[in-house]
Structures are given as C-alpha cells and as structure tokens.
Design a protein around this ligand. Structure first.
Ligand SMILES: [Zn+2]
Ligand SMILES: [Zn+2]
Length: 549
C-alpha cells in the first residue's frame, strides 16, 4: 500500500484564531502553527481557547516537527500547551523564535524545547518533506509562507499575508519564489481567507505614518498608543514618527516590554537610545514630548489600558490633556470590554481615538484582489481556503471559482475534515470530532460545554442552596432548613419567598421511612426550581444538601 498525502485542519477553519494544520504522509506528520483564540463574551471565565489536537494523540511518534509561520498569538499561543504533550522540534524565523522564547521562558520550558531557526529562502528536509519558507508581508516582521514538497506534490501554505509594496521593513512578499513554485507545479494552495470579503487591495502599512503624524501634531499632551504587543512593525512606525516630533518613547506592559527588548536585540526594532525612556521617568518630561506604547487594545483586564481606565497602574495614571489612540482592530467578541475601557478613559479626562475614525490601523491580511493575485501566480490544482470563518472561506472559494478553478477542486471545510490527495483527486473525509479546548487559569480542557452551561445559568439567575439535617429512619428533615442564595435575590427583601422555599423543602422531604438522602435531594431540587420559576420567572441554579443525623 502506498502512502497518501493527507492535510488535516485542526484550527482556524470556520473561525478566526487558534490556527493549526497537519500535513501527513505515511508515518510522517508536520504541524503548521499552534495558535490560540480569545473567548467570546458568552464563554464565561475562559482565558483563551486552544485547538483540539486529539487526532494526534495516538500518532505521537509520527510528529516530526512543528513549523511556525509568524509570531502572532493565533499562531504561537498554544505552543507551550502543545509541547507539554509532543516532543517535536520547533522551526521558526529569528524574530518568531524570539517571541516564542519569551513565552517558553515564562513557562520555564525553554531548556527542554528543541528550537530551530529557519529563514526565508532556505530549504530544510524533514522526513519525506522539503520545506521552503518564503517571505510574506504581514503586520509583524519575519513572517513566512511555506512551500512543502511531498512525494505527492507541492503544497503552498500562505501563512497570514498581504502584498504590500511599501512595508515598514522594506521587504515585500516574495513574488519570485511564488513564480518558481508555479513553474514547478502546485498541487494544493492553503490560503489566508481573513479578508476574503473585502474588495480591492489592503492598504500598505505606510499609510499609518500619516495617521501617527497627524495625531502627534494635534495631541496637546502625552500620547498613549495601544496595540498588540506582537505588532513590532507598528512600534517601529510610532518610533519613526515620534522622532520627527521630538517625542520620547516609553513602553508599558510586560509583554510589550519583553517583545520590544527582544526585537531590538535581534535587530528587528530600531529605537535610538536617546529616544527610549523608562516608564518611571516620563513624569519628568513635558507632556507634549511623551509617547507611551501600551498593551490592552482589546480591553484585556490585566493590560495597561484597562489599568489606566481603572486607575490601578503602578506608575501611570490618566492626566488632563492625555490622548489615547487604539491602533488596532477590535477582535470580534472583544467589543464590549474594549468599549467599557474606552468609556472609562473618557471619564478620567483622556481624549480617545479608536475604530475607523482613528484611521490608525490597517489590516495585515490580503483583500480580494491580492487573493486573486496569489491564485493567479501559483495556478494550484486544488485550493483550500484557511484562516477564517465559514463566510470568509466561502467568499474565497467564490473568488477562486471566478478565476477558473472548478468547484470540486476547492475544499471549503471547517476544522477536523481530513483531505486526502490521491493522484488526480482530492477527497474530503469524514469529520474527526473536535471541540473547543478552554484554558481557564491552570485548567486545560477540564472546563467543557457542561461547565459552561452551568456558568451561564449562574450568571443569568444566580444560585440557591438548601441545607437541612435529615433523619433517614423518620423520612423527614429535622428543624428549619437553611436557604442560602447568591446573585438571585437580595435575601433581606425576600424573606417571605425564602421562608416558603424552606417550607417546601420540609414538605417535599417527608417521604417513606428509610429513603436515601440522594433521592430526596433530587426531588427537592426539582420542586424548588419549579417553585422559584412560578414565583419569580427566574431559573436560579438550585442545589440541596441533606445531612444525615
Ligand atoms: Zn498574523
Ligand atoms: Zn493569524
């Protein structure tokens, strides 16, 4: 039996975030990216979500390597979790590796991890695969797409990309390499769909220079710019413009400080020493000479922007004349928290610029004309739209179809559908079950749909607990039950309701002699639930504890 090529998306297809794709040939597997995703507002208490890689658990010995396309969290955020289960070596470009090291160090996992650097233009061999990373423009330097030569043909994985002719680092997407792949013949293209519903081309990062220039002219005092800590090129742009305005730069927020220090050391971020000031020194400067780069553009509770909004930062607080600029696009699901932070910043007297009106963000992803250009350059036999919600994947497929790729040669699939390539055919297999893996504090995967439903119930209507001593032989409770509530009613104002509930507990508990408390508890829970719903039209979570005496 000859081996078949199989591509298996485990994350990022049917959603934005937690990207992960598997390429499998015989007993050889390479994993592309290991990202995380931010929770939506109805995922109560969840810190972030990682891919479900259960598919790989009984194939552990086959995992040869994990290849990272770039340093954004939706591509590296799950790596520490992945490496706790799999011992594969990690390949990344220099800057991406630096960003990964920062995270591994924090988890004390740096020593035991085999990290390798690869660079655009190189070729490395892993098992039956030859991997050729090629440079792509994105909103972080040192991003690559991957050409992967397999015994069944050439795969091109676009990574996250756009065709920017004036990128901040002066290094455009490698069209020559794409043309070379095309000449060799591309079996399948996996291509970024994030902006597949946007017509035209994505503007160059260069247009942001004007926006930063404008706001530095107009801001009467300190300027606080919030963005992702991984947007190294955004930091560079701010530095460049600040220099022209004689403003100094301070960096706030642990991840931003660590990432910029690392990017400076590696030569990806250039900040002249006389421009950079420590955060605790900005007080001594005239406000109009200060720019502070900060974390928290998504309203994250522990990041700098929220600390400023709640006046709980150790060194900084909002003062009269401060201008805050959110240089980012709010990730769907984060709107409420972000707007909450913005409102509180206004309340403290800052002027805040955000969203489209700020014009301080451009996307790092290709729009429709660029997606078409990539397809035209590569002329792949098959196309798999990746990185996007279903609507993005479908839009991407429509574009490809317009360019003459037959519908049966385009796989619009969500996570978990194995694609096998067998000579002239691409087959879409049966979906491998997968789920969200929630990370909540140090709990990984323990919090599932059931716990989530319970949290939802608690958040909606609170809880009621009834505790009563119980005499099994008499078949009844002893004395008055205690009724405890949280988040349901204000107990002092609901005495009558709770007294009635207590009576109900006693009445329901009077059953035949010798009945086990467990059985009685379930009965009382049901009776209480219906009682509260009848009386209040609310459904608090009800628990009953009968303690045998
Ligand atoms: Zn990215
Ligand atoms: Zn991404």
């Amino acid at each position: 039996m000859t081996a078949k090529l199989r591509i298996m998306p485990l994350g990022g297809l049917g959603e934005v975030g937690k990207n992960m794709t598997i390429v499998e040939y015989g007993r050889n597997i390479i994993v592309i990216d290991a990202g995380m995703m931010f929770p939506e507002s109805d995922m109560l208490g969840v810190d972030y979500i990682i891919p479900d890689w259960d598919y790989l658990r009984d194939k552990k010995d086959s995992v040869r390597a994990i290849l990272i396309t770039h340093g954004h969290l939706d591509h590296i955020g799950a790596l520490t979790h992945f490496l706790q289960e799999f011992e594969a070596p990690v390949y990344a470009t220099r800057l991406t590796r630096g960003l990964i090291e920062v995270r591994l160090k924090r988890e004390r996992m740096l020593e035991q991890t085999a990290l390798h650097t690869y660079a655009a233009g190189e070729a490395i061999t892993i098992g039956p695969f030859t991997i050729e990373p090629y440079h792509v423009c994105h909103s972080i330097p040192d991003s690559v797409g991957l050409g992967i030569t397999t015994p069944a043909g050439l795969i091109v994985h676009s990574g996250d990309f756009k065709f920017d002719d004036t990128p901040v680092d002066g290094w455009p997407t490698d069209r020559a390499k794409l043309a070379e792949f095309s000449r060799r013949g591309v079996l399948v293209l996996l291509s970024d769909s994030t902006n597949a519903d946007r017509p035209g081309s994505t503007p160059s990062e260069a247009v942001l220079d004007d926006a930063f220039h404008q706001i530095m002219c107009e801001a009467p005092g300190r300027l606080i710019i919030a963005t992702f800590s991984s947007l190294i090129s955004r930091v560079q742009q701010v530095v460049n413009v600040a220099q022209r305005h004689n403003r100094k730069i301070a960096i706030a927020g642990r991840s931003m400080v660590e990432n910029s220090r690392m990017a400076r050391e590696l030569g990806y971020l250039h900040i002249p020493a006389d421009i950079l000031v420590d955060l605790d020194k900005v007080k001594r400067l005239p406000p109009q000479q200060v720019v502070i780069m900060a974390t928290g553009s998504q309203g994250e509770p522990m990041a700098v922007l929220n600390r400023l909004a709640t006046n709980s930062h150790r060194l900084l607080s909002i003062q009269e004349g401060d201008t805050v600029l959110l240089s980012s696009h709010t990730i769907p699901g984060n709107e409420e928290t972000t707007y909450g932070v913005i409102n509180r910043l206004f309340k403290r007297g800052a002027d805040v610029y955000y969203g489209d009106q700020a014009q301080a963000h451009v996307s790092g992803h290709a729009s429709q004309e660029e997606l078409k250009m990539l397809i035209n350059l590569l002329r792949p036999r098959f196309l798999v739209p990746i990185h996007g919600e279903l609507r993005h994947l479908v839009q991407h497929a429509k574009l490809a179809h317009e360019l003459g790729i037959a519908k049966r040669d385009i796989a619009v699939v969500e996570n978990g559908y194995p694609l096998t390539f067998d000579g002239e055919w691409m087959r879409i297999g049966k979906r491998v079950p997968g789920d969200y893996v929630f990370v909540d504090g140090s709990l990984v995967g323990e919090v599932g749909p059931l716990v989530m439903r319970q949290r939802d119930g608690l958040a909606q209507s609170g809880f009621v607990t009834a505790v009563a001593p119980y005499d099994r032989h008499a078949g009844k409770t002893v004395g008055q039950p205690r009724i405890i509530t949280r988040g349901f009613v204000y107990a002092p104002n609901a005495e009558e309701l709770l007294a009635q509930a207590g009576d109900l507990v006693r009445a329901t508990a009077s059953v035949e002699q010798g009945t086990a408390p467990g059985k009685v508890e379930a009965k009382i829970e049901q009776a209480l639930s219906s009682f509260f719903y009848r009386e209040t039209r609310r459904r608090p979570v009800v628990t009953v504890a009968l303690i045998e005496v």
